[in-house]
Design a protein around this ligand. Structure first.
Ligand code: PHE
Length: 342
C-alpha cells in the first residue's frame, strides 16, 4: 500500500508541474483523466486494498481524482485566456500560402488526347511488353532475318540474349493482339519504344508512339484516310491541311506517309518545315496479307489498316517545342509551362 501512496505522490508532483503549453490540455486529459488514464488505473487499485483500509484509501484516491480534475480545469482556463492573445497576432487579411500545382508531362497530355480521340471512334487501348522477341518485333511483321528494312530501325539487343530486344515500335502489340484471334480488331497501342540513334534535337534513343490497327471485313484505304482526317482535325484544328505521300513499310501495302500543313508558318515555308510548308506526322497503310497470314488471319476474308505516329513529334508541333531533348531532362522551368493543361 505504501507503494501506491508513493506513486500517488509522484503523480501529484507531475500534475503540479504540468505546464499549459500548446495542446497540453488535451494531452493532460488523455494521460490523467482518459479511459486508460492514471486516475482510472489508480482507482482500480482499490480492489487490492485490505478491507480495514478501504475507507482511508478511498478518501485519498478520491482526493487525487479531484486534484487531477482541478488541474484540468485550471489548464483549460489558462489556454482559454491565451486564445485572444494568439489570435491578435494572426493577420486574417493576409493572403494564404499558394499551394504549388503539379503538371502533367507534355508527352502524357498529348498521349491522353490522342487516346481520347481514337476512343471516340471505337478504338480500344492495347498494351504489350517493351522487351520483345524477334518474331513480334520483326518477323511476324514481314521483316524476316536479313530483310534490309531492319536497318531502318537501329535495334538495341539484350546483350545476355540477343534473341531479345527493346521493341523498336509498338507494332509488336498489334501482332500480339492479332494472334489472340478475336476479330474484328480496333486498337491503338501507346507506349515507349527504343532505337539506337544519336541523341539530338530531332532524335532520341527512346521515344513514344501510338500505333493503330483496324482489322475487319471490307476495310478500305478510304476508311484509313477518314480515320486519320478525323484525328488531325481533332488534334490540330479544322484549318490544317493533310496530304498523303506513297511510302514503304514491310507490313503495309500500299503504304503512305501523312503530312500536315506546317502549323508554324501555315504552309508559307519556314525552318521547321524546311521551307516545304508540310511536316510529316505518321506512317500508315493497308495491312499486308503476309502480316495477316503470319497471325493466322484469313487475308481473303479480312483486310485492315495500320498507322503509327511518334508522340514527341506531335507534341513538338502542337506546342512548338524545338528540341526533343527537353522531354527527358526534367527541367521544371520547361515542365511548369504545362500546368493546367489536360
Ligand atoms: N511501325 C512503324 C514505325 O515504327 C510505323 C507504322 C505503323 C507504319 C503502322 C505503318 C503502319 O516506324
Amino acid at each position: 500500500m505504501d507503494n501506491l501512496l508513493q506513486q500517488i505522490d509522484i503523480y501529484k508532483k507531475e500534475i503540479t508541474e504540468f505546464s499549459a503549453e500548446k495542446d497540453a490540455t488535451e494531452i493532460f486529459r488523455i494521460k490523467y483523466l482518459g479511459t486508460k488514464g492514471v486516475v482510472k488505473i489508480v482507482m482500480a487499485e482499490m480492489k487490492n486494498v485490505p478491507n480495514e483500509k478501504k475507507r482511508e484509501f478511498g478518501q485519498i484516491l478520491n482526493e487525487f481524482k479531484i486534484f487531477a480534475e482541478n488541474k484540468y480545469e485550471e489548464l483549460k482556463s489558462v489556454t482559454r485566456n491565451q486564445l485572444p492573445e494568439t489570435s491578435n497576432q494572426i493577420d486574417l487579411t493576409l493572403p494564404g500560402d499558394a499551394l504549388p500545382l503539379g503538371s502533367r508531362h507534355p508527352i502524357s497530355i498529348v498521349k491522353n488526347k490522342i487516346i481520347s480521340i481514337f476512343q471516340r471512334l471505337g478504338f480500344a487501348v492495347a498494351e504489350g511488353p517493351e522487351i520483345e522477341d524477334d518474331w513480334h518485333n520483326f518477323t511476324a511483321l514481314n521483316l524476316p532475318e536479313d530483310h534490309p528494312a531492319r536497318d531502318m530501325q537501329d535495334t538495341f539487343y539484350i546483350s545476355q540474349n540477343p534473341a531479345w530486344m527493346l521493341r523498336t515500335h509498338t507494332s509488336n502489340v498489334q501482332v500480339r493482339e492479332m494472334e489472340k484471334g478475336k476479330l474484328p480488331i480496333r486498337i491503338i497501342c501507346p507506349g515507349r519504344v527504343y532505337r539506337n540513334e544519336t541523341i539530338s534535337a530531332r532524335a532520341h534513343c527512346f521515344f513514344h508512339q501510338v500505333e493503330g490497327l483496324y482489322i475487319a471485313e471490307n476495310v478500305s484505304f478510304a476508311d484509313l484516310k477518314q480515320t486519320l482526317y478525323f484525328f488531325v482535325q481533332e488534334m490540330f484544328g479544322q484549318d490544317v491541311k493533310v496530304r498523303f505521300r506513297p511510302s514503304y513499310f514491310p507490313f503495309t501495302e500500299p503504304s503512305a506517309e501523312m503530312d500536315i500543313s506546317c502549323l508554324i508558318c501555315g504552309g508559307a515555308g519556314c525552318n521547321i518545315c524546311k521551307h516545304t510548308g508540310w511536316v510529316e506526322i505518321l506512317g500508315c497503310g493497308m495491312a499486308h496479307p503476309k502480316l495477316l497470314e503470319n497471325c493466322s488471319i484469313d487475308s481473303n476474308k479480312y483486310s485492315g489498316f495500320a498507322f503509327g505516329m511518334g508522340i514527341e513529334r506531335i507534341t513538338m508541333l502542337k506546342y512548338q517545342i524545338k528540341d526533343l531533348r527537353l522531354f527527358s531532362e526534367n527541367d521544371v522551368r520547361f515542365l511548369k509551362q504545362f500546368t493546367g493543361a489536360v
